[in-house]
Design a protein around this ligand. Sequence first.
Ligand code: B1M
Length: 210
Amino acid sequence: MSDFKKVAAAVFEGDPESVQSLTQQLIDSGAAPLDIVNNGLLAGMDIVAPKFKAGEMFIPEVMMSAKALAEGMKLVKPLLSTDDSAGVATFLMGTVKGDLHDIGKNLVVMILESGGFNVVDLGIDVSPEKFVDAIKEHRPKIVGMCALLTTTMMAMKETIELITEAGLRDNVKILVGGAPLYPEFAEKIGADGYCVDAVACKEMAAAMVA
Ligand code: B1M
């Protein structure tokens, strides 16, 4: 089994200690941080996802996998090269109301920070009101929203509507992402862009502040 596959297997098994030591071994052997994320840590979640869907894994086990993945991410995060192409542009990010998924969002935050953005992460289950208050407080150039459930996708629309009602829509660009989303949906709810993954998000955001 390759070293990347061993990391993936340890994520799948929800074994934080093994994820830590195997990730550290990959780092020490000179593996590229993004390869560790994509081919090791996230590859582990790719094993979890279909099993969860098929009812072969349950929430506590999925949570253990998420925790194990987070331990690996902590080690890789400081190694992602930081460039300052985004200057000090602030990016406000949150998972929308009713939605507790944060693995993808956290990855996006990590990649944005490595791209030089000052990221204000509002966390999960963020109400439209909280987004509006945070825009007033932090004055971001870009607002990012994450949704993983088809039932919470519409909270993105509600949030954009409230931002517009508050007179703040012209001050910010809005990007959306998450597994159930697609470009036409982003357009329909009035977002400025749909990000298929974390790297696409960083590239779109960088283009918006250039
Ligand atoms: Co949930 N869950 N879950 N879950 N969960 C899904 C999403 C689901 C598809 C599983 C399934 O197949 N049935 C399904 C949704 C079905 C649907 O709506 N159509 C589902 C369900 C049903 C549920 C519950 C309702 C289960 C229940 O209670 N019966 C419940 C809901 C809780 C809630 O939110 N209110 C629930 C709970 C959970 C756990 C707590 C167990 C756990 C979350 C742990 C955590 O996040 N801390 C969990 C997990 C882990 C998943 C799956 C297995 C994996 C999601 C994940 O982390 N993927 C997921 C199955 C799947 O997605 N196939 C599933 C890895 C991550 C890196 O990918 O998030 O797509 P992703 O992020 C990508 C891109 O989408 C993009 O970049 C990321 C990296 O490249 N991106 C953005 C994401 N956010 C972005 C924001 C941006 C830009 C890009 O901003 C601009």
